[in-house]
Ligand binder design. Structure first.
Ligand code: FBP
Length: 322
């Protein structure tokens, strides 16, 4: 099996980006170990602090954030970082060629139940004409990402990544401590009979989503003429990995629980990187109004609606919004 660096060189990835990717992944190997030992190391449960999103931080959120932040800021490759666990963007090296947005541990509510969690990252080139401490340095659309990926901490630790030449699967080989390529250019089936949504929010959804899901639940007795199964891992990394592996539709739609906050998932370090991976695997990743990666960001923690997965099923869902 091919190791990471030769696999990236085969995709003509520039050497400085390969070095940055290896830097991010070095931190994920440490996180993978800490996650597996969390109970033994007293790292379960929450801290007393909240992040800027108003979420109580888990101890592992803080540990993972610090590990990634430290290796990136001392690498020399990074002009600035933005993280789910950092209130503002953090300046790095003025000569850094890249900026990195990341969710250190996605699916935090799964930590205490020993379920699937992961690290999500998104890399853009750093604007040369902006200072490292300029908060607008991250106002770049997802369609300008040069790399995106996630590491899933599950039965095996898996890396799923794209640099614009397809979406590839890697597994962390614990014998030599490196990621090995296990599947190149994964392709999402266009059709599916599997959907993922948090059904407990149903009464808060907009009418088109209510109608779309109602027709899925009618199965072969309804207008879709086939039965659909439901899955919800409550960690985007897990639900998206299932979609990349066997197809499906994953959505966190707008809802009216809180008029100030109609959306749940964050654009910069959840929706954009997942969209790059999904599109590179032949799927679609949209809001009910357009392509997620064409959204011009306004803030590093902004939230968006997400409807992604098997091409024909996402199109079917969007048909209800017309
Ligand atoms: P964080 O855990 O990083 O805050 O991410 C948000 C998230 O956990 C997603 O990974 C997941 O898809 C969603 O929230 C689950 O939402 P809910 O709690 O409504 O099931």
């Amino acid at each position: 099996m091919q190791r990471l660096a030769p696999a990236l060189r085969q995709d003509n990835v520039p050497l400085d980006l390969i070095s940055l990717i290896k830097t991010v992944l070095a931190a994920t190997k440490e996180i993978s170990f800490r996650v597996s030992q969390a109970h033994l190391g007293g790292l379960m449960g929450s801290t007393l602090d909240e992040n800027i999103q108003g979420e109580v931080q888990k101890q592992l959120d803080v540990v993972a954030n610090q590990l990634i932040k430290d290796v990136l800021l001392e690498s020399g490759f990074v002009k600035a970082i933005s993280s789910e666990e950092e209130d503002t963007s953090v300046p790095g090296d003025e000569n850094g060629h890249f900026i990195v947005s990341f969710d250190p541990l996605d699916g935090s509510s799964n930590i205490d139940i020993n379920s699937l969690i992961g690290t999500i990252f998104s890399i853009h080139e750093a604007p040369k004409d902006m200072a490292a401490d300029d908060p607008d340095i991250f106002k770049q659309a997802g369609n300008k990402q040069v790399c995106a990926g996630y590491v899933l901490y599950g039965p095996s630790t898996m890396l799923v990544m794209t640099t614009g030449s397809g979406t590839h699967f890697y597994v962390l080989d614990r014998t030599h401590g490196g990621y090995l390529l296990v599947e190149r250019n994964v392709q999402i089936p266009e059709e599916t009979q599997e959907f993922a949504i948090n059904m407990s929010n149903q009464r808060f959804w907009q009418a088109p989503m209510q109608d779309y899901i109602a027709d899925l639940l009618k199965g072969d007795q309804g207008p879709r003429g086939k039965n659909f199964n439901m899955r919800w891992i409550a960690a985007m990394v897990g639900d998206v990995h299932r979609v990349l592996t066997r197809g499906g539709i994953f959505t966190y739609p707008a809802d009216n629980r809180n008029a100030e906050k109609p959306y749940k998932l964050r654009l910069m370090y959840e929706a954009n990187p997942m969209s790059f991976l999904i599109e590179q695997a032949g799927g679609l990743s949209m809001t009910s109004e357009g392509r997620i990666m064409d959204i011009e960001p306004t803030s590093i923690h902004q939230r968006v609606e997400v409807i992604l997965g098997s091409k024909k099923e996402v199109e079917a869902c969007l048909g209800y919004y017309k």
